[in-house]
Design a protein around this ligand. Structure first.
Ligand SMILES: Nc1ncnc2c1ncn2[C@@H]1O[C@H](COP(=O)(O)OP(=O)(O)OP(=O)(O)O)[C@@H](O)[C@H]1O
Ligand SMILES: [Mg+2]
Length: 452
């Protein structure tokens, strides 16, 4: 049955309601005034409130309004003295579900209560049905069972239909590329091009010509004119990856395109207009970059129209089992293998890990496990996780004190490891180490590994 809260200052009436409704099988909470009632309401899972309008201290109408602020969906039945119907009307306007005029019979009160509870039940059922069916977002290739990822997809759904600029944030490997593509594919531009440009992968000197294109003779080596990514993305989507690494002069030019939707090719005089939806991504904290002055504030606000933050995998581990299945299907298909399942123990290992490299790291782990597994079921021995305590997310990993190694040697090791993990990409390695490009260059020089 239901949890009912009775608010009535008159002891006899309060007692009568308590006993009668209790006999009907409801759990009844009672309060002699609004203040006590509010406390009870905030503590208990109340399904329905019956309140007198004339109360000492805070009156019933004020109580109704306070209660609605706390939880607007709980039905409130008000009791009011015969001859003060106006107050009942006021209460109905303020959100009461129904009213009963005093004196009333218990039969009358029961009828009103059961009607309200029925309405409430239907409403709840509808809501959970909707949640179970309609409101779950499905996108091909995106695993999102968790509430956190469903939130991300809910924003994707809303933003895809618009032309708004989107700023995707999240650690490396969380799925920024994947989400950017999903936005494009679900937009009206889906039949247009999806063009991606990664500012870390392109030397600073070439970034502008890549973005805006150039005319013949714009610089030495420009033997023919070439359109830039902005032109190529016309009627489609331009995905600017690693936006945090765009150098200052290019930031100025980007700002202009975002404001005016027009630009010139390098060395060109003709102003070009394009119809492009922009999606930018970063695994940096751009706000920190704003404070350090390495990223323009005006550009930030132009980009940050719709921010979407994708959570790290350790914050939506519920998705791990589905992700594992998803990757198993893919790698079996790609490698012609039949490793179709994973043991509970192996899954437990995966669930307990903190995944500093996020979904990409899980993907790589499964790929390796499929390759290594001798049986059709992946067991713990086929799972290889980096044991290095990098990115100290788990509180249990103790700091490592390697014996026979100086601090300098240890630092050199860290730099080599970062380079290895970044597959030789120095900007990325610098980022992992929290160093500037210049600081890394200096250290590489000292280690006898000059920066080429
Ligand atoms: N929710 C997900 N469902 C299925 N696959 C996913 C999901 N999230 C990420 N992946 C997969 O994980 C890999 C890494 O994702 P992606 O490249 O989109 O990450 P990213 O955030 O762009 O990383 P980086 O910052 O390094 O560029 C991809 O192969 C992607 O398909
Ligand atoms: Mg990416």
């Amino acid at each position: 049955m239901s949890n009912i809260l009775i608010v009535e200052d008159e002891p006899k009436m309060r007692r009568l309601l308590e006993i009668s409704l209790g006999e009907d099988g409801h759990t009844v909470h009672i309060a002699p005034d609004a203040e006590t009632a509010l406390k009870c309401f905030q503590r208990e899972a109340v399904d329905l409130i019956v309140t007198d309008l004339k109360l000492p201290g805070m009156n019933g109408l004020e109580f109704l309004q306070e209660a609605k602020k706390w939880n607007a969906s709980v039905p409130v039945v008000v009791m009011t003295a015969y001859g003060s119907v106006e107050t009942a009307v006021e209460a109905m306007k303020a959100g009461a579900s129904d009213y009963v005029l005093k004196p009333f019979s218990m039969a009358e009160m029961r009828l009103v209560i059961s009607k309200e509870l029925d309405v409430q039940r239907v409403r709840d059922e509808n809501r959970s049905l909707k949640e179970a069916l309609g409101k779950r977002y499905h996108y091909q290739n995106i695993i999102a069972r968790s509430a956190r990822m469903q939130e991300v997809l809910a924003i994707v759904e809303r933003v895809a239909a618009t032309n708004s600029t989107v700023l995707l944030g999240g650690e490396s490997g969380v799925g920024k590329d994947l989400i950017a593509r999903a936005i494009h594919q679900n937009s009206r531009r889906a039949s247009g091009p999806f063009i991606k440009i990664n500012s870390t992968a392109i030397p600073d000197t070439l970034l502008e010509s890549e973005l805006f294109g150039y005319e013949r003779g714009a610089f030495t080596g420009a033997n023919a004119s070439k359109p830039g990514k902005f032109e190529l993305a016309d009627k489609g989507t331009l995905f600017l990856d690693e936006i945090g690494d765009v150098p200052a002069p290019t930031q100025v030019k980007l700002l202009r395109v975002l404001q005016e939707r027009e630009f010139e090719r390098l060395g060109g005089t003709k102003t070009l207009k394009v119809d492009v939806r922009l999606i930018a991504a970063t695994n940096k904290d751009l706000r920190a970059a704003l404070e350090q002055g390495t990223f323009r504030e005006d550009l930030y606000y132009r980009l940050n129209v719709v921010p979407i933050d994708i959570p790290p995998l350790r914050e939506h581990k519920e998705d791990i089992p589905d992700l594992v299945n998803h990757f198993l299907v893919r790698f079996n298909h790609e490698n012609g293998r039949r490793v179709e399942n994973i043991t509970p123990a192996a899954l437990k290992t995966l669930m307990e890990y903190h995944w500093p490299g996020n979904v990409r790291q899980l993907e790589n782990t499964i790929e390796r496990a499929v390759a290594l597994s001798r049986s059709p079921v992946i067991d713990v021995d086929a799972i290889q996780l980096d044991s290095g305590g990098h990115r100290n997310h788990s509180s249990t990993s103790a700091p490592i004190l390697p014996e026979g190694m100086t601090l300098e040697q240890w630092e050199d090791e860290m730099i080599r490891e970062a380079l290895r993990r970044a597959s030789g990409n120095k900007s990325q390695a610098a980022r992992m180490l929290g160093l500037s490009r210049n600081a890394l260059r200096y250290r590489l020089g000292r280690m006898g590994l000059p920066d080429d």
